[in-house]
Structures are given as C-alpha cells and as structure tokens.
Design a protein around this ligand. Sequence first.
Ligand code: ADP
Length: 500
Amino acid sequence: MTSDYILALDQGTTSSRAILFDGSGHPAGVAQKEFKQIYPRPGWVEHDPEEIWSSQLNAAHEVLRQAAVGAHQIRAIGITNQRETTVIWDRSTGRPIYNAIVWQCRRTAEECDRLRAAGLAPVVQASTGLVIDAYFSGTKVKWLLDNVPGARDLAREGKLAFGTVDSWLIWNLTGGQKHVTDYSNASRTMLFNIGTGEWDDQLLGALDVPRNLLPEVAPSSAVIGETASALFGRAIPIAGIAGDQQAALFGQACTGSGMSKNTYGTGCFMLLNTGSDRVNSRSNLLTTIAWKLGDEPLQYALEGSVFIAGAAIQWLRDGLKIIASAGETQAMAESVSDNGGVYFVPAFVGLGAPYWDQYARGTIIGLTRGSGREHIARAALESIAYQTYDVLTAMGDDSGIQLSELRVDGGAANNDFLMQFQANVLGIPVVRPANTETTSAGAAFLAGLAVGFWPNAAELGALWKREKTFEPKMSKSERESLIEGWRRAVERSRSWVIAQ
Ligand code: ADP
C-alpha cells in the first residue's frame, strides 16, 4: 500500500468538507467549514459563492495539515456537491454577478407555473427526465439574467459563465482555465437532454438562456484539468465529479443495474441504478444521469425522495417535545410489542411520490386510551419505512427491477429498530456499510478510478464493507396487514387543506 491519497471535496448545503481517502477506501482525515445561509425573503435561499469557494479551499488545506499529508501525496481530487444550486460569474474577473441561488429556493415557482401552463411538462420530462420545479437550475439561470442589471447584455456578448457548484469550484481550482461540469450535475439543470447527452436547444429557447453561458460537459470519472499550482504548491489532477446523491450511490458501490441506496436524513433520497437503460417514470419519479465513467456509456438512475423522514423525529423532539434526542426513539419503539394500531403520516408539507398531494397534511391516527408516547415514537419511525416502501414500490413498478437488497446511509440509518422494520416491510435485506461517508467516498472513487489509484469498479466493490445486515423477519400476512393500515392512514391525511 502506498502512502498516497485521494482528496474528496464535498461541497454541501450547509458546510464544505474535505476528506482524505487511502488506498483501502478508508477516510484518513476530515475537515469541515460551515458557511452562511442567506434568506433575503421568505422562501428564498442564497449562498455567497466566494464563501463557498473559500470554505472549500480552507477545508482542503486544513485536512492536509491535520493529517500531515503533502500535496505530492494527493493523486487526484474528486468533487461532489449540493446539486442544482446556480452560480453565474464574469469570465474576465471571475467574480459572481449575484449570490448563488440555492436548490431549496422557491423564487422561481411562478416561472415554473408559466412553463407548465405553456404545456412544457411533457417536453421537460422527455428531454431531461425531470418534472418542472423551481429546484432545478434552469429557471434560476433565467431569473439571474432577467433580474441582475446588465446581465442579459453581458451574457449575449459571451462574457458570463453559468455553473452548478461543481463548475464554480473547478473554475476556481483551475485558476479560471476550465468551465466544466459532469453529466450527473448537468442532468439536474432542466436544460440538458439526458438521452442525447447534450444541452437542449428547445429548453434553452423556452428559458431564454444563451448557449455560450453553459459549461462543457465532461465524464464523471476522467482527468478534466489540474489545480493551479499556487493553491497547493503543486498541480493536482481533478478527476472525479458527481452531484451528491449520485456520488452516494457510487460510494455505496451500487455500480450495477438493479442496485439501490437510500439516505435517511431530514428527508430520504433513494436512487436505483438502472444501468444504461433510461427508465421513464409513470409515478413522477425523476430519471437522472447517475454518472459517466470515461468513454463508457451514460448510466442512469431513478430517483425518489421523501420530504419528511428524520424531520418527523426532529418534530417529536422540538415540536411535540416527547423525546430529548433522536437516538432515544430506538429504545422507545422496542419497548412496545407493536404499534398498538397507531399510524403517523408526517405529511407536514404534503406528500411526494407516488401520491403527489400538496394538500395532504400530517396525521396521527388509531389512538386509543392505551396509546403512549412509545407508540407515537414507534409510529414516527415506522412512517419513514413505509414512505420508503412506497417509493421503492413505485420504482419497481416503473423499472420492472426487483431489488435484492437496499444499502442505507444518513443519520437515521443508525437506528437499528428502523432498519430492522425497514427490512421487514420491504421483505429484502437492508445493509448498512462500515463507512457511512458514502457521498465523499463516491467522489473519491470516481477520481481514483480515473487516475488508476483503483484499477476498476469491481475493485471498488471489494472496498465497500458491510457493517450490519438486517434480514427481514416478518410474516407476509403481518407485513401486508401493516401496509394496509398505512394505506388507510395515508388516505385519511389526503386532500386535507382546502385549495384556495
Ligand atoms: P441531513 O444531512 O439531512 O441534515 P443527517 O444525515 O445528518 O441529515 O441525519 C439527521 C436526521 O436524522 C435528523 O432529522 C434526525 O432527526 C435523524 N436522526 C439522527 N439520528 C437518529 C436516530 N438514531 N434515530 C432516528 N432518527 C435519527
């Protein structure tokens, strides 16, 4: 084993992290820098792009210092990033023309209504695999060009550059030499045809985005440039790029068709690798590019999210105040033999796939005099598993793929009760890896593959180690009866808010 490393840069929504990975795929050092969240108005979210860059660079310097690793020991850099967040900068000065508009920002919701009214939803789905939504970069680019004084003229003259956060970091890492993104990030812009692998002229026209603003699209695993030597004292190849969820799929070594991971955080993010088949969803799941390795064909994934997962546990703690810490819910849930007939549908912000009901609201149902806080805590954990079941069922229906196991990560994946119940409800094993730094591992793996640090994807599969497997232990009849209870509870939560 050499003493060389891959440096992963994990530029997230609330912090910039830098993680060193050794040849056995272990994280050998981590540094993290938080940065400011900017909320100029209700529903608007921005970041300062200069702070994204400086926090990321500082994290990289810090992890090298802490681990006493020199730049000469870094074989390559891999980048993973908060997806969809949009930056436009001036090509000559390198200065952003405005703050970064963050994926969560709802400022372009009305523009999205306009696009839907113009009949563009089928066009967007056919080309980009997405549903029209303010999350994606396209309408954010249009907003910047329409609202920053002088931006349209500068754009027309070819003086501006648009990028998602990966592009912005690479521009800065290469001293302005490279204006590049990768296929996984491009597929989240709502401007990119995921079938042809090219920017979509019809959508660029509909959103009035000039082509000269756009980055070159590069493979997710390939040497795309080098860092300016002043930054680390030596030029380091930049060899891996992927959006955070795709990177986590790769970091979970879900490199073959039919493999799936679920991240249990505030919400859940589930991705199913469908290989070189682009599966179009009938359930309004997203179809996205998973990655492109060098010259190999594009690989696709189906993506579904659950809005409220760990956030339901946060609500028990901070809203209802029946627990002091999230971890307590495991013992509470295990202290009762079953849910006591109690179901909790945490539709705090409506329901996503496969229901898509923005008027649904949260409900706790089935309460009796015998119901205690343990039952409510248990019902909250169970709701995370049922929602995951709903999305995975929709993915199975759309793709015809039957999963053989589910790989898990994220904060709430540490809850053994939840993971066992998840296995029971799905009827397949749920597998938690030893290394839960899956997002940054994915970026490192993509970069390491490109420079021969690891020889091939099969080798990466061997680096991935399971910590614990939860085997399903519930009878079919019990499972079906619980799922039936969940379905009836969901029905009660639906169409609750009366549309104005
Ligand atoms: P994010 O990246 O979305 O902030 P994390 O992966 O850090 O999320 O996970 C945090 C979420 O997981 C919180 O919503 C928290 O309530 C939940 N959580 C953390 N630990 C546990 C646990 N042991 N049991 C249940 N939920 C948990």
